[in-house]
Design a protein around this ligand. Sequence first.
Ligand SMILES: Cc1cc2nc3c(=O)[nH]c(=O)nc-3n(C[C@H](O)[C@H](O)[C@H](O)COP(=O)(O)O)c2cc1C
Length: 415
Amino acid sequence: MRVDDFRLMLGKREFVPIMIGGMGVDISTSPLALEAARLGGIGHLSDAMIQAVCDRHFDTHFVKDKVKKYKSSANNRDKTAVQFDLGELAEAVRMHVEKTMEAKKGSGLVFVNCMEKLTMNAPRETLAVRLKSALDAGIDGITLAAGLHLGSFSLIEDHPRFRDAFLGIIVSSLRALQLFIRKTARSRRLPDYIVIEGPLAGGHLGFGMDWAKYDLASIVAEIGGWLAAEKLDIPLIPAGGIFTGSDAVSFLRNGAGAVQVATRFTVVRECGLPEEVKQKYFRADETDIEVNQISPTGYPMRMLSGSPAIGDGIRPNCEAYGYILSGSGQCSYVDSYYREADLCPDARRLSIKDKTCLCTHMRNYNLWTCGHNTYRLKDTTRRLADGTYQILTAEHVFRDYQFSTDGEIALPAPQ
Ligand SMILES: Cc1cc2nc3c(=O)[nH]c(=O)nc-3n(C[C@H](O)[C@H](O)[C@H](O)COP(=O)(O)O)c2cc1C
């Protein structure tokens, strides 16, 4: 059997059961999401650091303007005043989503990955704007990520598209799903799909540092059992470590509606990572991949141990970015930075070991977040004469998932 023997049903519509997961910041680009949709599956934009992403692609200067506005607080430990302009935030989301939806072809869908942990110094207000603007701009669906999202449905329940856009949530445990469903019952709307992210995924993990004790198939079975007992029919979409079409088939045969995959797409042309970073992903060995706690979000995060972000001591850049600031203007990197600055007042350059300036380093592709199976990417392509690896296309990887059998991985045609 192969993935193409299955279809994901969302409402009355059918899709190739392959969803490319959201990868912030601008790793899952608009062209990558559009390829998934063109091929009949589902792709994701991410709205992480959306203003910086817009500045990169369009003729906007959201970041420069914000820096100018808050220049005076650059040396200030108190970041309470550094707020996002909600009108500008709405405009940035709208631009990114609208441009993508205008370019969409094919029978698939484009969703946006929306992380609750991007608290942006005003969690409720900014999240409401992000969700509503994506709906206004015509996104096909929203995947609620990195957080329990207990209040997210109520933020948009009055939106005219609340009942017709596809809305899903990422969970890593039955408990998180139960809380979400209980809490959102008031909105009289269930999620249209549930992504179950296991411990081998890329990005932030929904587990503690004991992540290795957990296993995706067991969590999927537990959640599937509970939904059946509750007579709830919602497609389950396992994610994390699904590396071949056959891995995907084993979940689909057990009743999953689709799979969400990401790592294999980090080395395709359409992925936003710079070329040299894609080569680092190819070259990585298993021992080069670590899960650590340097993310100021508080979630463990998996990354390449050679990431320049690790141990770097750049001055916090909240005036430009500030996406992790809590509702009271705090970020644990700001705390760590000033703790070290107080200890070493004469140091020309600090090294901060326990936390990283997530915004700056994600924006500059200096934090090489990755899935557990990144060390296997070298087996998915050809080595070129100069020692580098051949970059793939999203279409090649998508079709390999869709049609491969027997655990095989098709190599690309020689360049
Ligand atoms: C480089 C990278 C960045 C990611 N960033 C995000 C993110 O911003 N938000 C999110 O919800 N998931 C993120 N993920 C998780 C993926 O969307 C996906 O669920 C998971 O990685 C699938 O497992 P796989 O990578 O083993 O295929 C990221 C994954 C990778 C590899």
